[in-house]
Design a protein around this ligand. Structure first.
Ligand code: GCV
Length: 726
């Protein structure tokens, strides 16, 4: 309660200040990346006059925390962008008013009768209107949260230099649940996190609410992200104890005005570990009772709690199979506990059993497809984009399209576990887009993964997309300035899976760096090719999972031995003196058979398989003629080199932008690009040195030999590489 009073008093003080027409004085601070894409720096001079005329007055209620958030964001944003804040007013008294609200929060919006109904709870429209002969812009929605999203969209128009005349924008999210998954441990470590420690200061919560939590919520709301799973899927039962629930509740309170619901990863064995029971068997009445009581306890503290995310029977995590029960038994038991409160279970399909599998890529499909239709209505099965594990490139997961009676949600990784950690500039939206556009052919051509995810293919009632967050306590949030773009792009594509990666990049660059065409074009260009370059210098032609053991830092295609074959590199590349690649056709593991027949035929046929997946699906001789005409070995080397060259070009382009971007951010990006070039070269050289021991072929003419011996690369160790799993 105390917190609420303080927040309300703060909002009132801000309002009084604006009403008094006080000039906005943006605080002078360095460009350290903290402001993300919400920098609100002055717009291009030639736009200022026009924009000021279009946004001279603001009519916005602030009777609820969400309304206040929308109004404050517009005041803050417009003041920063235009140099002066608009006058707050109760009515439209001049041309150039911005009216924001819902038919119930704003009499003016009600009077305009703007047909918001079809927009749903989170949708909004932005329209140029006339109010008693005065020109205005209406940001209208059915619910406060829609109005807040609309406010952010309106600001984005100014941030990206769009005209404000004749606006007629209607937006509703295509996916219902748009959620971040934090792999944050309670001790502050972030699994696969490269941006410092966890932003959740569990120790000081609930009494200290870092102002950063509200900025986190603003950033997410600006993208339409509406859920956050606070703790690692490799979870501790402790996070479900009263002490930690109170901490989670404090965060939920900060996030609530921004439309963000809190979820928790639930450890399946919690009834034993913190409940004193002897079993966690999902069919045991005591266990069911325990979870029902736990759900009740959580909802008393967090009335809008979203639900549980569960990693079960995967990589050593406990689960229903420990008791001879199925994933559906486990998920349904939790779903029953949450159902009376409106909560959802996100049950992960990232599973592979402890027995050595014939092909890890087949495991999730084999375990989950037989369970289609057996899950409760409030369960979603969360599926990684590909069947292995967030590799630089994977074909789409065969589960997409294969479970018509079970809502499948997407899990993308935003943090770059396998893509160069924080230092490599790798823009991930093209990768997300590639998966979303992939055609599963499950209901004929056009059955894209995006249509599975948005529910339109199978008529799912629940839809969702999860992104494994790349957020940490680093001042710039994501560990590097360009990694902010991946958080941004994930949010935008979760809202609308059909958005183009290039358009998102352009938006982000304009909001983050500059609106000048001669900055935007080269930076967008760098970003757009960056993922392909990473594929080239790390895992070209469908190679995968060749990173250092455990920490996944750097090349280690030589990894073999250890507890599981599918935790080694040799398991995946299968290089021999004859050839290289994983035969997943009918003559091998036959993983291709898990796809719909047209897809299986294409992937399984050496003539038709997209070359980018060649060695994912086929074991091919070293002299196999690739589509360029080069033998496989030469093509492999060519692609490794091409990847390094791209990074070199990015450095060159970035150098040319010196003076066009603030010195602080320019310098850090330049330094990180230098690291990337060094590491791309390392990837190329180590991989070539290793695979040459199998191919036995000389390097193609003009290709530089590796800088060091294979022994040197093999000897490198990185005991303290960040983000390791535990
Ligand atoms: C959270 C990969 C990662 C693990 C991660 C796991 C998962 O194996 O390396 O750190 O664990 O995926 O998604 O559960």
């Amino acid at each position: 309660m105390f917190r609420r009073i303080v927040a309300a008093a703060g909002a009132a003080a801000v309002a009084a200040c604006w009403l008094a027409g006080m000039a906005y004085a943006p605080q002078a601070h360095a460009e350290d990346g903290y402001d993300l894409w919400l920098r609100y720096r002055p717009v291009q001079a030639e736009r200022t006059g026009d924009y000021r005329a279009q946004a001279a007055q603001l009519v916005a209620a602030a009777a609820t925390p969400t309304q206040a958030a929308a109004r404050d964001e517009l005041l803050r944003g417009l003041a920063g962008l235009l140099g002066t804040a608009p006058r707050l007013s109760e009515t439209v008294t001049r041309d150039g008013a911005v009216i924001v609200g819902t038919p119930s929060s704003s009499p003016l919006i009600a009077k305009l009768r703007l047909h918001t109904l079809a927009l749903g709870r989170e949708g909004y429209l932005i329209r140029s209107v006339s109010v008693e002969g005065r020109q205005a812009t209406a940001i209208a929605a059915n619910d406060d949260i829609g109005a807040l999203y609309g406010a952010f969209h309106f600001l984005r128009l100014l941030q990206t230099g769009q005209p404000l005349q004749n606006l007629d924008i209607r937006e509703s999210p295509r996916v219902k649940l748009r959620v971040l998954n934090h792999w944050d441990d309670l001790d502050g470590h972030v699994e696969r996190g490269y941006a410092g420690a966890s932003i959740w200061d569990w120790h000081k919560l609930p009494d200290w609410l870092d102002p950063r939590y509200a900025d986190y919520a603003r950033a997410n709301a600006s993208l339409g992200i509406n859920g956050t799973v606070l703790n690692n899927v490799n979870s501790k039962a402790l996070s479900l104890t009263p002490m930690y629930l109170e901490k989670a509740a404090a965060l939920a309170e900060v996030f609530r005005p921004y439309g963000i619901r809190v979820f928790l990863s639930a450890r399946f064995s919690a009834p034993i570990e913190i409940g004193g029971l002897e079993t966690a068997d999902p069919l045991d009445p005591e266990v069911k009772r325990w979870w029902r009581a736990k759900a009740g306890e959580i909802y008393r503290l967090i009335p809008d709690f979203g639900g549980f995310l569960v990693k079960a029977n995967s990589e050593g995590q406990p689960g229903p199979q420990d008791y001879g029960r199925s994933h559906a038994d486990g998920a349904n038991m939790l779903a029953d506990a949450l159902a009376p409160h409106g909560g959802t279970v996100m049950w992960r399909a990232f599973v592979y059993s402890h027995e050595e599998p014939d092909d890890r890529a087949k495991q999730a499909y084999s375990e989950f497809v037989p369970l289609d239709g057996k899950f409760r209505d409030n369960v979603m099965v969360q599926v990684k984009n590909g069947a292995i594990d967030f590799q630089p490139r994977e074909p789409f997961h065969p589960l997409f399209g294969a479970m018509p009676k079970t809502p499948l949600m997407m899990e993308f990784q935003i943090t770059k576990e396998y893509l160069g950690f924080a230092t490599h500039l790798v823009y991930l939206a093209p990768m997300y887009q590639e998966t979303l556009e992939a055609d599963t052919h499950r209901r004929g051509p056009g059955s894209t993964v995006a249509r599975v995810i948005d529910g339109s293919l199978h008529g799912y009632a629940l839809t969702g997309m999860a992104g494994v967050a790349n957020i940490g306590a680093d001042r710039n949030w994501s560990g590097s300035h360009f990694d902010q773009a991946n958080w941004y792009a994930y949010g935008r594509q979760a809202w609308n899976p059909s958005l183009e990666a290039r358009d998102i990049a352009e938006e982000w660059v304009r909001m983050t760096f500059s609106n000048e065409a001669d900055v935007v074009a080269p930076v967008v260009g760098m970003m757009m090719g960056s993922r392909e370059a990473a594929v080239d210098y790390m895992t070209p032609l469908g190679l995968h999972h060749l990173m250092g053991r455990g920490h996944h830092y750097g090349p280690a295609p030589w990894i073999e031995g250890g507890p599981r074959a599918d935790w080694t590199s040799v398991y995946y590349h299968r290089a021999t003196g004859e050839g290289i690649g994983f035969d997943r056709t009918a003559s091998g593991s036959n993983a291709v058979a898990q796809y719909a027949p047209p897809v299986a035929r294409r992937f399984g046929d050496l003539e038709q398989v997209p070359e980018q997946f060649l060695l994912w699906f086929h074991h091919v001789p070293w002299d196999y003629r690739t589509r360029s005409g080069r033998p496989l070995w030469d093509e492999l080397v060519h692609r490794y080199t091409r990847g390094v060259d791209y990074v070199r070009q990015m450095r060159e382009t970035w150098r040319g932008l010196d003076g066009r971007i603030d010195a602080q951010r320019h310098a850090q990006v330049a330094a990180f690009l230098a690291i990337q070039e060094k590491e791309a070269q390392w990837w190329r050289d180590a991989s070539i040195a290793y695979f040459q021991t199998f191919s036995g072929r000389p390097l193609p003419a003009g290709e530089a030999p590796p800088a060091h011996s294979l022994d040197y690369y093999r000897s490198l160790e990185f005991p303290y590489a960040p983000g390791d799993g535990r």
